[in-house]
Design a protein around this ligand. Structure first.
Ligand code: PLP
Length: 406
């Protein structure tokens, strides 16, 4: 938990948080879509291009060697952040979406056969559904979607019943982006392993809320995006067990990922380079490393602060007449998804913007979840550790004013 002075200090490190939205102070409650960046990350980007820019791995000169060292140091920061056994198990990708596509295209195309099943949940983000549909179409594998309960939680017994000897792969969101519901990933991964399936945990949301420990979860793959953990866009991570990654074929071909290229045949390097064809987002990786080093020591206190904000906001919103919260369970983090009777979510979002309040409305890239809940969309407010109780007050006051206009 942070006190008022600590929160002010933290907020002062994020320049955008003192910006105006029109004439009003910005109240940024769309952190599940993307988080804001601290000055140290902004400076890292600027510093890299002002004094550190060179291509990596191939240069013999000092600047290239330094850029390579900075890129690999960032990989070490990622490994520390998620407690990977070794940095080489952390592959840089464009984000969580590309990381899942990598696993689906590489592992899926090599190992899935007709009749095999991929077990997903109804609360997956489209990024953990569509890549599997693409691979299922090509391999004849079948996608099975485990249901959710009316309160938005995963129906764990139903999920376990759907897990059979045909299940080769499971994809589980650690935390729903649309509802904030948190899944018992460790238990689900253990159950998947018991039937011989591999497990991918989508940590795009969970990585910014609490501690991630891939060894504790014991997952085979873990993915997250840099921009949701206070780093830049265009950079993310695929963690995978070394032995599984090294047995997978390359996802893309090109420079840096090969041992030897000949028209009679090409051989590939081991991880991480095997999956990092071409010039990567070097600056993005370096700045992500800075973001993770900045955020790591704050994580526990941040999660406590966010939990307090969530409790406070939930209490206040529950008192708003006609307001219904989706994902009405204590097993959740940092997100409130709701509708207000008689007002379209888009109208709420547009009106909140006139008060300087940024929230997201719509299906949140989780159409199957919306369908299961019987809605087409919700209003979603999502908190980060730099949000304040005063911002929650401003948000709820604005909602009450908006409600009076309808
Ligand atoms: N998975 C979840 C749970 C998400 O919330 C998101 C983004 O909102 C993604 C995957 C995809 O992340 P990105 O768009 O950064 O690749």
């Amino acid at each position: 938990m942070f006190n008022a002075i600590e929160i002010e200090k933290i907020r002062s490190e994020f320049p955008i948080l003192s910006a105006l939205s029109g004439k009003r102070p910005l109240v940024y409650l769309d952190n599940a879509a993307t988080a804001q960046k601290p000055q140290c990350v902004i400076d890292a980007v600027s510093r890299f291009y002002s004094g550190g820019n060179a291509n990596i791995h191939r240069g013999l000169y000092r600047l290239s060697a330094e850029a390579t060292a900075a890129f690999e140091r960032a990989r070490e920061s990622v490994a520390r952040f998620i407690n990977a056994r070794e940095p080489r198990e952390c592959i840089f990708t464009r984000g969580a979406t590309e990381a899942i596509n990598l696993v689906a295209a590489s592992w899926g195309m090599k190992y899935l056969r007709e009749g095999d099943e991929i077990l997903l949940t109804q609360m997956e983000h489209h990024a953990d559904i569509v890549p599997w549909q693409l691979v299922a179409e090509r391999t004849g594998a079948k996608i099975v979607a485990a249901p959710i309960l009316p309160n938005g939680e995963l129906d764990v017994p139903a999920w376990k019943n759907l897990l059979t000897e045909r299940t080769r792969f499971v994809g589980i969101s650690a935390m729903s982006n649309a509802l904030g519901v948190v899944n018992p990933v460790k238990e689900l991964v253990a159950a998947a392993h018991a039937v011989g399936a591999l497990a991918l945990v989508d940590g795009a949301q969970s990585a910014a809320h609490g501690i991630t420990d891939v060894r504790e979860i014991d997952c085979d793959f873990f993915v997250f995006s840099g921009h949701k953990v206070f780093g830049p866009t265009g950079i993310g991570v695929l963690y995978g067990r070394a032995e599984i990654l090294n047995a997978m074929p390359p996802y893309q071909g090109g420079g840096d990922m090969i041992e030897k290229v000949d028209f009679s045949g090409t051989t590939f390097r081991e991880i991480p380079e095997r999956f990092e064809a071409g010039t990567p987002n070097i600056c993005g990786a370096v700045a992500l490393g800075v973001a993770l080093d900045y955020f790591s020591p704050l994580r526990l206190a941040a999660a406590e602060h966010e939990a307090a904000l969530l409790r406070y906001a939930t209490e206040k919103l529950t008192a708003v007449p006609g307001l219904k919260i989706f994902g009405d369970t204590p097993n959740k983090a940092s997100v409130i998804s709701f509708q207000i009777e008689g007002i379209h979510p888009s109208d709420i979002g547009t009106m909140l913007d006139t008060y300087g309040i940024a929230v997201r409305v719509g299906h949140h890239c989780a159409m199957p979840l919306m369908k299961a809940l019987g809605v087409t969309g919700t209003v979603r407010a999502s908190f980060a550790f730099y949000n304040t109780f005063a911002e929650v007050d401003a948000f709820v006051d604005a909602l009450l004013r908006i409600q009076k206009m309808f």
